[in-house]
Design a binder for this molecule. Structure first.
Ligand code: ATP
Ligand code: MG
Length: 148
């Protein structure tokens, strides 16, 4: 459907924020309004899976960030954390179903979140990439084409 993406992101963040106190989710948007034509459920699960990871693999109470950049034909989301980071070996396999990195220790999970993200981003004709440094943090970037 056709909807305003900045407000949509704020809604997603407030839901995630309520479930994840005392972590703090910071939202930065390049524009005040951005009207898009996309599938809301797909976007909702992409954002929630990435924010869930950013919070889960970061120190208790730390800040994570969602950035939104967009223009008339594509949007870019970046989800950034200052968490445990991901080794280059693990970065190559993260999007495989049930794959969990050697960084997970006792942190619970099924290893499905990112494979779902990748499938949904592909369905939408977009790309998802990761940049990370062990002990420093991680940024996931999602590029999605959209219609107005
Ligand atoms: P699920 O999402 O199904 O509950 P999960 O979080 O383990 O479980 P994915 O979301 O698919 O699974 O992530 C795969 C693996 O990638 C994780 O197990 C973890 O090793 C690594 N990972 C994902 N996001 C991050 C992040 N932001 N920081 C550090 N490691 C991450
Ligand atoms: Mg996950």
């Amino acid at each position: 459907s056709r909807f305003e993406l900045v407000e949509f992101c704020k809604d997603v963040i407030s839901q995630m924020q309520m479930a994840n106190f005392p972590n703090y989710i910071n939202f930065i948007s390049q524009t005040e309004y951005l009207t898009v034509w996309m599938d809301k459920n797909i976007l909702d699960s992409i954002l929630k899976n990435l924010l869930d990871n950013a919070i889960k693999y970061s120190p208790f109470g730390s800040m994570v960030e969602l950035r939104l950049l967009g223009n008339n034909d594509k949007i870019i989301f970046q989800v950034k954390d200052d968490g445990i980071g991901i080794s280059t070996l693990d970065q190559k396999r993260l999007f495989e179903p049930f794959y969990r990195g050697n960084n997970v220790d006792n942190i619970p999970g099924t290893g499905l979140g990112l494979s779902i993200v990748k499938t949904l981003v592909d369905l939408h004709g977009g790309q998802v990439t990761v940049e990370s440094k062990v002990g420093v943090g991680t940024t996931f970037t999602v590029v999605l084409p959209h219609k107005i």
